[in-house]
Design a protein around this ligand. Sequence first.
Ligand SMILES: Nc1ncnc2c1ncn2[C@@H]1O[C@H](COP(=O)(O)OP(=O)(O)OP(=O)(O)O)[C@@H](O)[C@H]1O
Ligand SMILES: [Mg+2]
Length: 340
Amino acid sequence: MPDVIIKMEELSKTFISKDRKGLRSKKREVQALKGVNLEIYDGEIFGLLGPNGAGKTTLIKCLTTLLIPTSGTAWVNGYNILTHENMVRASIGCMLMGERGLYWKLTGRENLDYFGALYHVPKPARRKRIEELSTLLSLGDYLERSVETYSSGQKMLLAFAKALINDAPVLFLDEPTVTMDVPTARKLRKIVRDLNEEGHTIFYTTHLMLEAEELCHRVAIIDRGGVIELGTPQELKSSLVTEEVITLEGVIQENVVQNLREIPGVKSATIKSESKGRTTLAVICDDSRQLLPRIIETMVGNGATVDFIKPHEVTLEDVFIARTGRSLGVDTRVVAQKEG
Ligand SMILES: Nc1ncnc2c1ncn2[C@@H]1O[C@H](COP(=O)(O)OP(=O)(O)OP(=O)(O)O)[C@@H](O)[C@H]1O
Ligand SMILES: [Mg+2]
């Protein structure tokens, strides 16, 4: 059995916020985390995959002691997040999305030096580390410019460097490739793999299933604050192995989607995206070859126009669709509002 380096026990977080409508305001509770139990193994890249609003950032904030959970607890590197928060912080590196915690008036180098000092990295070691990171991430001459002049991709890279400044054994990365261009994102993933080979444990959140599939040893799928699937990408996909997925595109009305769901053998029919009157649909079924004629007949017979049909292999996104009836691209908060 591998050693457990992060352990969560019934971790829950409820936010209370105020909805304002004109002069009236109403208290609203959001259960961002609902009793999460997870164990992360020493030396793995662990992926937390979920749509917008699923609770990924909240979970990272609880584990990195930036938020206190409403109930439940967790241990990072053997230290409890509630009773030994300083020890937790000293043993982790963290890159949060949104609040990247950089000082805009300082240069990149000054930022890294400051955060290195916060982590008690001695001055000569700090200087050496900054040089190493500058080379590793190709930070280039913008390291000497104030952060307010950076592009968003450059800020992300500096935030990544900041997470690495204390060479901590555990790294928390919250959607680190968002706003990075494709080559930079690819480079970041390569560095994450290299750091992992050197022995770092990585806790990585993403809403991109390809990223989770490519990078992570194990993946937990989180939806509305709860973990709904856990395993290696292969295990998750093979949970649907007897099922097949057909992608259909065209002008497809909502009632047609309902008609599809009624065909025996169709497990689910879910709208993946809609734009400019075109709909992309994912149909999960037992035997696509046998069902395809019936599917097309039902669609065309009910007034839909189909111009693209492709049966394909199961992806992590399909696992998510099969479990939730929604696609990863759908914002959970919008769904919750509609339902509420
Ligand atoms: N400070 C807060 N006050 C009230 N509600 C909050 C607060 N922070 C988060 N939430 C709510 O908690 C839920 C989970 O949010 P969280 O930021 O953890 O999601 P996420 O998975 O990181 O989403 P994203 O992919 O968009 O970053 C959402 O419904 C969000 O609106
Ligand atoms: Mg987030």
